[in-house]
Design a protein around this ligand. Structure first.
Ligand code: NAP
Length: 246
């Protein structure tokens, strides 16, 4: 098992892409800390599924946008598992609106969760990784952070911010044997995209691979980036979009 003995933290691990990343990390051998915000039942279901695979797991509630909650959670995770090797910054929300109608709250909430949340989680994990002289940080950005999208100025700004953060930190932490990469998913079938599913035929036509992505399509890349085979990959932004942005 490639990730045997490793401890992985997944923010927003209760649903969608995060859920799938938790399960695939466990299948590869890792113990998993499943962060969630409000869906305790969903997070506990992920924990049970991981335990049925014979791997340790625990759910941890914290609002990723709140620095002190995240600090307390990471300290609890370290105390429980004794190390943190992999951090997947996945938690995210969307509050789509054309700029003229976008409230300060819709702007602020998306930046706080999707961008500041990544600072909060990474800042509170990196000292453990430095102590261990190794670590993997995997940030979930979006193709919208590279190409933009009308009606998503807040989301696109946060996702583009993640790309800058990823590249800066890759340079900062490379000598510590910590790699930092981002995944930029395209259209993935989750609760977040449920409203576009009725238009899915139209979207699928524009995707060379002719289907929407699944959470597993993203999770497989996260596991690879966490594995020893990805040791020499850092600062990269990898699109998982079926060729949509070609
Ligand atoms: P999702 O199904 O809506 O799940 C979102 C997850 O984030 C849930 O586990 C949720 O926890 C958690 N979360 C939300 N706010 C949080 C907070 N303040 N603190 C901690 N956790 C929080 O979304 P998804 O589609 O899987 O998206 C996952 C990531 O991929 C996001 O960063 C998203 O921007 C990105 N992404 C998605 C797509 C797509 O097509 N789906 C495309 C590109 C990028 P609760 O269950 O407790 O609410």
């Amino acid at each position: 098992m490639e990730l045997d003995g490793k401890v992985c933290v997944v923010t927003g691990g209760s649903r969608g892409i995060g859920r799938s990343i938790c399960i695939e990390m466990a299948k590869a051998g890792a113990a998993v800390a499943v962060n969630y915000f409000s869906n305790q039942k969903a997070a506990e279901d992920v924990v049970s599924e991981i335990e049925s695979l014979g791997r340790p797991a625990q759910a941890f509630k914290a609002d990723i946008a709140d620095f002190s909650q995240v600090q307390q959670m990471m300290d609890e995770i370290y105390k429980k598992f004794g190390r943190i090797d992999i951090l997947v910054n996945n938690a995210g929300i969307a509050k789509d609106m054309l700029l003229l109608k976008m409230s300060e709250k819709d702007w602020g909430d998306v930046i706080a969760t999707n961008l500041t949340g990544i600072y909060n989680a990474t800042k509170n994990v990196v000292r453990y990784m430095i102590k261990q002289r190794q670590g993997r940080i995997i940030n979930i950005s979006s193709i919208v952070g590279i190409y933009g999208n009308a009606g998503q100025a807040n989301y696109a700004a946060a996702k583009a911010g993640i790309i800058g953060f990823t590249k800066a930190l890759a340079k900062e932490l490379g000598s510590r044997r910590i790699t930092v990469n981002a995944i930029a998913p395209g259209f993935i079938k989750t609760d977040m995209t449920s409203s576009i599913i009725e238009k899915s035929r139209e979207i699928e036509e524009k995707i060379p691979i002719k289907r929407l992505g699944t959470p597993e399509d993203v999770a497989y890349m996260a596991v690879f980036l966490a594995s020893p085979r990805a040791e020499y990959i850092t600062g990269q932004i990898i699109a998982i979009d079926g060729g949509f942005t070609l």
